[in-house]
Design a protein around this ligand. Structure first.
Ligand code: EPZ
Length: 418
């Protein structure tokens, strides 16, 4: 098993470049299956989830090549096989293969994703959308099967602005006959990026980034070249790291607009944040006020930044109330932070964080991707050494996190441990 070992108490200094967004590149990779020809994706981040997505795409009959730093996806004329449990279980985003395969081939068999550490993660809104588009859906032995003689556009209201459901339905609707309107759609930047990619392939999508997305079906799509947006959650993670550890950090390759909620909360906490053209400079003193946060769908405070921000609030002056409205069980990092001396009380979807003067290093477990990031940040600010196990979670969504922190002067390393 691999561990990340952090020696705390050192300020961060320097410049770090954010990689392309995990939550943009995964849907775009699967959307490329909608085309009849090859797509070329530039600057694809080196993530465990990207590797799983490549395995899935090949399993479905496509060919994937990594060449000159780009990823080439050659969609199949005929889809083979299904999206199997062992792949979907390892990466929930595999479920986004359902829309493209159903739209291209008229039938798909895909494992239900199951839950994960942060919640039950249902797929009811995805399935509601597909059945409204004319798919006949059955479920057996943990698999979903969907068949259609041809998808027909329809009006689909999402009870919750689900990112995945919006993306899955939007992809399928590109090849449906007629107009599809998705109401109460997710507005995340990654949804907009996917719509831009689909339109570059010849789709006719309007309104992405608003609560109403209109998709005029077309006959076919052609592969294209594309480079996805930078990762706003990785950017936010580095901003919080600089605020906690202290020092001066410039985070480059950032679309400041996408990180507005995090910048606002850092400034509310008294952290100095300066926005550049496509970079953000944080001057951290390690001292900051407690602020309350409530996670919401975009443009609200992102749920993926809740664990790293909670890590920061454990050292704030005062008490912070953190409310997680998006997922029902996203406080798995609380008990690990408490092992480091944090004082946190959880009641349902609310965590009350009583700022303490110091955290002390300990051996802790990364339970999921963003919880792992939160523990690395806590280790940077803690006194002594912190050992974080199960770091494969972190590798799913952060490209070279250890190396990037080392380049900022952090004493952090990855070791093979017991
Ligand atoms: C995407 O997950 C992201 N993953 C998540 O990032 C992110 O936390 C989440 O959006 C919210 O922003 C990818 O993009 C690959 P949702 P997704 O559907 O699409 C409920 C990370 O750390 N819901 O918007 O699964 C669901 O239970 C990951 O990078 C239904 O009820 O999120 C949850 O409470 C974690 N029925 C809420 O919506 C459905 O059919 C948000 O889920 C679908 C979702």
């Amino acid at each position: 098993m691999q561990l990340v070992v952090v020696q705390g108490g050192r300020p961060l200094k320097g410049t770090v470049k954010v990689s392309a967004a995990k939550n943009a590149v995964l849907p775009v990779m699967l959307a490329s299956l909608l085309a009849e020809s090859t797509s070329r994706l530039e600057d694809v981040p080196d993530l465990a989830d990207v590797k799983i997505a490549c395995e899935l795409i090949e399993h479905l009959g496509a060919r994937v090549e990594r060449r000159d730093g780009a990823l080439f996806i050659h969609p199949p004329s005929q889809f083979t096989g299904e999206a199997p449990y062992e792949l979907v279980r390892r990466m929930r985003a595999s479920f986004l293969a359902m829309g493209p395969v159903l739209a291209r081939s008229g039938s798909v068999r895909i494992s239900m994703p199951g839950g994960c550490a942060i919640g039950s993660r249902p797929i009811d809104l995805h399935l509601k959308g597909f059945s409204l588009l004319g798919a006949r859906i059955t479920q057996s032995k943990g698999y979903i099967e969907a068949h259609t003689p041809g998808l027909e556009g329809n009006r689909i209201y999402l009870d919750f602005p689900s990112v995945g459901a919006t993306e899955n339905i939007m992809m399928a609707a590109c090849l449906a006959r007629g107009l599809t309107v998705i109401e109460n759609a997710a507005e995340e930047p990654e949804v907009v990026d996917l719509a831009n990619f689909l339109n570059a392939m010849g789709a006719r999508i309007k309104g992405a980034g608003t609560r109403v997305i209109r998709i005029e079906g077309v006959g076919y799509l052609e592969g294209t070249s594309y480079s996805v947006i930078p990762d706003r959650i990785e950017a936010g993670t580095f901003l919080a790291a600089a605020a906690m550890a202290g020092g001066e950090v410039v985070v480059e390759n950032v679309i400041c607009d996408h990180v507005k909620p995090v910048i606002a909360k850092l400034r509310e906490a008294g952290v100095q944040v300066e926005e550049g053209e496509n970079s953000i400079r944080v001057t951290g003193t390690g001292q900051f006020r407690a602020v309350d946060i409530k996670t919401l769908p975009y443009p609200g405070f992102p749920t993926d930044m809740q664990p790293p921000f909670m890590a920061m609030m454990t050292l704030a002056r005062g008490t912070s109330v953190i409310t997680e409205t998006v997922f029902e069980n996203r406080f798995m990092h609380v008990n690990e932070l408490k092992r480091m001396g944090a004082r946190i009380k959880v009641a349902g979807r609310t965590a009350v964080v009583y700022g303490v003067r110091r955290l002390t290093g300990a051996r802790v477990v990364a339970t999921d991707l963003r919880a792992g990031a939160a523990l690395v940040l806590a280790g940077l600010a803690a006194e002594g050494e912190t050992e974080i196990t199960n770091v494969e979670h972190i590798d799913r969504g952060y490209d070279s996190l250890v190396e990037k922190l080392q380049s900022l002067g952090a004493k952090v390393s990855r070791v093979h441990g017991t």
